[in-house]
Design a protein around this ligand. Structure first.
Ligand SMILES: NC(=O)c1ccc[n+]([C@@H]2O[C@H](COP(=O)([O-])OP(=O)(O)OC[C@H]3O[C@@H](n4cnc5c(N)ncnc54)[C@H](OP(=O)(O)O)[C@@H]3O)[C@@H](O)[C@H]2O)c1
Length: 240
């Protein structure tokens, strides 16, 4: 039987690495992007070939179309990775209502909707796996107001969904990323210095570090883990 994984926002950086890592493990991965050609190209280059769907996660109708595609084409979904994110780095004083609503729509509402729609499919098939990508920090952060608030929501969404969905053999976990080689929302890699003395392990992470943790949580080896918020951050959260 084909095992199907959906990774939201998977043409770049962490999402792309997760898609590749799951494809190597034999999953048929659905790659999404707002840019159809990019999604197509990334999916075509996955080991074993993948699928793609053009989706804007700020748009409820677009998310519903994606899940209609999944129900019609596969009639199942084994893994959902909620990965998309948008950030505008600004303080509460600079954050206007438009930025607030867009950030919450992309980073939190889409996680809620995708989790709910995926859980309906997973409940019917007898189980599944949902993993949310969040930040490792459990503290406040300066000048990242709407983004960090949305990620706090993702953390509690993970805990509550894990409780609600456990009876249906659906595990829900989160991987909290520390700094990796790209700032969220800019799509391209930028030259964040690799060495970083403020990180206990001494350097920033790579997308692959996050992807491997996701693959573990999605695997049978993690079958007794649900409701976990796993930091993958070189020890930053533990040192705060
Ligand atoms: N990078 C870090 O240091 C870091 C640290 C902590 C947590 N994280 C988390 O890790 C995850 C991935 O981050 P990243 O650094 O890989 O970010 P990224 O390179 O900016 O990728 C984010 C993805 O989200 C998609 N996206 C953004 N807005 C969208 C929208 N409205 N509709 C559909 N897709 C949208 C983009 O896809 P398209 O443009 O192709 O549509 C892009 O592929 C995020 O959840 C982020 O919060 C990252």
């Amino acid at each position: 039987m084909e095992k199907i994984a959906l990774v939201t926002g998977s043409t770049n950086n962490i999402g792309k690495s997760i898609a590749e890592t799951l494809a190597i493990r034999g999953y048929h991965v659905i790659v999404t992007s707002r840019h159809e050609e990019e999604a197509k190209s990334v999916s075509e280059n996955l080991p074993g070939g993948g699928f793609y769907f053009q989706a804007d996660f700020s748009d409820i109708a677009s998310i519903e179309s994606l899940f209609a595609f999944i129900r019609n084409r596969f009639q199942r979904l084994d893994i959902l990775i909620n990965n998309v994110a948008f950030t505008k780095n600004e303080s509460i004083l600079d954050c206007d209502l438009q930025t607030w609503e867009y950030t919450i729509a992309v980073n939190l509402r889409s996680y809620y909707l995708c989790t709910k729609l995926a859980a309906e499919i997973m409940k019917a098939q007898g189980g599944g796996n949902i993993i949310n990508i969040t930040v490792s920090s459990s503290r406040g952060m300066k000048d990242k107001f709407s983004y960090i608030v949305s990620k706090g929501g993702v953390n509690n969404l993970t805990l509550c969904a894990a409780m609600d969905l456990a009876p249906y053999h659906i595990r829900v976990n989160a991987v909290g990323s520390g700094l990796v080689g790209t700032p969220v929302g800019y799509r391209e890699y930028v030259n964040r210095p690799y060495e970083n003395p403020r990180i206990p392990l001494g350097h920033i992470g790579e997308p692959k570090d996050i992807a491997e943790a996701v693959a573990f949580l999605a695997s049978e080896e993690a079958k007794y883990i649900t409701g976990a918020l796993l930091p993958v951050d070189g020890g930053v959260n533990a040192s705060l």
